[in-house]
Design a protein around this ligand. Sequence first.
Ligand code: ZN
Ligand code: ZN
Length: 138
Amino acid sequence: MAHPLEDTLLARQITPTAMRLLVLDVLQQHPAAHSLADVEQLLGHVDRITVHRTLKTFTDKGLVHRVEDGSGAAKYALCAPACLPGHHQDLHVHFFCTHCRETSCLPTVAVPVIALPAAYQVHETSLVMKGRCARCAG
Ligand SMILES: [Zn+2]
Ligand SMILES: [Zn+2]
């Protein structure tokens, strides 16, 4: 029987386990960026270490990306299907809503290339904008 969650994991060379399926399910049902604590809370009684390992595996395999939104805790959001392990294609702007405190991916808004003084080597760029999200601004 076809199982869409399992197929999503297998497409990224991730062996489906009960926990991995649960975490993927929760991320798909709540399309925003979530911290480890958020995921833990959404899942109910689960082992934090296992959830942490699961998110790390997902990140390594290009299924989710990390978002640093300035809240102090790294957050994780599902990647676009075009992402490859270790080579994320979705370098997009993230938006932190100061009203509902949710961090969202803005997949249609690319992070601009910013010119730096000579001798600086950029390893990654992240851009988080803050304000009211579409839901809260309306
Ligand atoms: Zn909001
Ligand atoms: Zn994102």
